[in-house]
Design a protein around this ligand. Structure first.
Ligand code: ADP
Ligand code: MG
Length: 239
């Protein structure tokens, strides 16, 4: 065994607070979150609506800024980055998958993935190769010229995953990725997440209130009222 204390954590937050101001009201969506996620793990963030899951993912991924506290991703303190550096960091290092897919409807599957690589500044040929590779990886090799509306819900979510993987991020954040899928398709997507965590050594944090996630993940974190109230390690199941 290696000494786990010397291992750089994929995600580490310390005393993370996010307080929303709405008029004269203050809502503390995150209240002192302490989080430590090991690399190459698949973690579920569960909790009822309004418990703070989306806010936590957004603060970890640099889509939102904490009101207080720190976020370290693979050892880098990202909470202290300025806006421009935060955007550049996020594009390079984090993949996002959302419930509503977030795909551009006028672009083909291929173009949806390729655009991300174009923004990242990758050259023509590499961009083409990587886009095709990612689409094949998610089983959309035959659908690369289809537009999102020509794909099923499960295929659209696979496309969103291909896009999230394109930049080879070491961290993927997924917010209710199975929320709009039937249970069969949701199971496929979760199984696919499990496979890519195992094969690519990614760290995947998935916010979900779907009981289906339980048997796929390494750990379940339960949130309530802006805090993590419980942590459950799941024993690996025989294949
Ligand atoms: P979850 O994803 O678990 O449903 P959220 O992170 O979306 O939880 O919300 C946590 C709390 O923060 C809720 O009370 C919600 O109403 C509040 N909240 C979320 N976003 C905003 C916002 N932009 N402005 C004000 N309050 C917000
Ligand atoms: Mg949410």
């Amino acid at each position: 065994m290696t000494d786990s204390s010397s291992e750089v954590l994929a995600v580490e937050t310390h005393d993370l607070w996010r307080i929303y101001q709405t008029g004269t009201q203050e809502v503390a969506a995150l209240r002192g979150i302490e989080l430590k996620l090991a690399p190459s793990s698949f973690i579920a963030l569960k909790g009822r609506s309004g418990s703070g899951k989306t806010t936590l993912l957004n603060c970890i991924g640099g889509l939102d800024r904490p009101s207080r506290g720190t976020v370290r991703i693979f050892g880098e303190d990202v909470s202290s980055l300025n806006d421009a550096d935060m955007t550049a960091w996020r594009r390079e290092k984090v993949g996002f998958v959302f419930q509503s897919f977030g795909l551009l409807p006028t672009l083909s599957a291929y173009e949806n993935v390729e655009l991300i690589l174009r923004i990242a500044g990758m050259g023509n040929k590499d961009r083409h190769n990587r886009a095709v590779e990612c689409l094949k990886l998610v089983g959309l090799g035959k659908w690369i010229h289809h537009r999102p509306y020509e794909l099923s819900g499960g295929q659209q979510q696979r496309l969103a995953i291909a896009r999230a993987l394109a930049n080879r991020p070491k961290l993927i954040l997924a917010d209710e990725p199975t929320g709009e899928l039937d249970s069969g398709t949701a199971t496929d997507i979760l199984g696919f997440f499990r496979e890519i965590v195992n094969q690519e050594g990614l760290t995947m944090l998935v916010a979900s209130h779907d009981a289906l996630v339980d048997r796929f993940v390494d750990k379940i974190l339960r949130m309530s009222d802006g805090q993590i109230i419980d942590e459950e390690v799941i024993e690996p199941q025989p294949a």
